[in-house]
Design a protein around this ligand. Structure first.
Ligand SMILES: [Zn+2]
Length: 225
């Protein structure tokens, strides 16, 4: 047993891993599912394989492991409104696993659709950033905050139609440092995708800065898109 394995075994004894969806302790009988218990694993609403291929025209595609409902939806709500920052780790893991499954992991940089400074301060952390950092770590890729949200727009969840959502985020983002995205293939991360308005706006900002291609991935996607 290597020291790393021994260390993680001791950590598991001191802080036994819990299911990220229901909080139940994960015992050995749950097998190698380190993030979800068997019961939750069976309930997970996996997204279809062809979903998200044609969402926006600014990014190549958007991949999401799950549909935004049931235990996946409650996990996102807990992450965002229950300050459950620790949930971002497992979510980033599922996003990375999804991209590996599709065989596309060779991005030059991972970034995220950021919150405005005001909302980030209120929430204490940026959930998309936290997911992006974990996804990047699991894929062995660099992660950089390439975008800034310069307008504190109302939350997308308060808007109704597709055109409302697009109008709500128009001009909301700018590049943090001019040229930072230039000639790079960017993986753009967010927690949930609905119409793709936010991701399109972010992708357009990256492309205007010279990004070669932008791909997107989110933990969950709503079904009506
Ligand atoms: Zn569970």
């Amino acid at each position: 047993m290597t020291y790393v394995k021994l260390f993680s075994a001791i950590l598991d004894l001191l802080f036994p891993p819990r299911c990220c969806f229901c909080g139940r302790l994960l015992w050995e009988k749950d097998g190698d599912g380190r993030y979800a218990c068997r019961a939750c694993e069976e309930e997970l609403p996996y997204a279809g394989k062809d979903d998200g291929l044609t969402l926006g025209n600014c990014f190549v595609w958007c991949r999401s492991p799950f549909l935004y409902r049931g235990i996946v939806r409650s996990a996102v709500l807990r992450l965002k409104f229950g300050r459950a920052e620790a949930l971002a780790g497992p979510m980033g893991h599922y996003v990375a696993a999804c991209l590996k499954q599709y065989g596309k992991t060779d991005f030059s940089v991972v970034t995220w659709a950021p919150l405005s400074r005001k909302r980030r301060a209120r929430r204490g952390f940026d959930q998309a950033e936290a997911i992006a950092r974990r996804t990047a770590a699991e894929l062995g890729l660099p992660v950089e905050g390439l975008l800034v949200k310069q307008k504190d727009t109302p939350a997308q969840s308060t808007t109704r139609s597709r055109s409302d959502r697009a109008a709500n985020v128009r001009g909301a983002y700018r590049i943090r440092q001019k040229g930072a995205a230039a000639q790079r293939t960017v993986l753009l991360i967010d927690d949930v995708v609905t119409t793709g308005a936010t991701l399109s706006e972010c992708a357009e900002t990256l492309l205007r800065d010279g990004a070669e291609l932008v791909y997107a991935a989110t933990f969950a996607r709503t079904e009506a898109t």
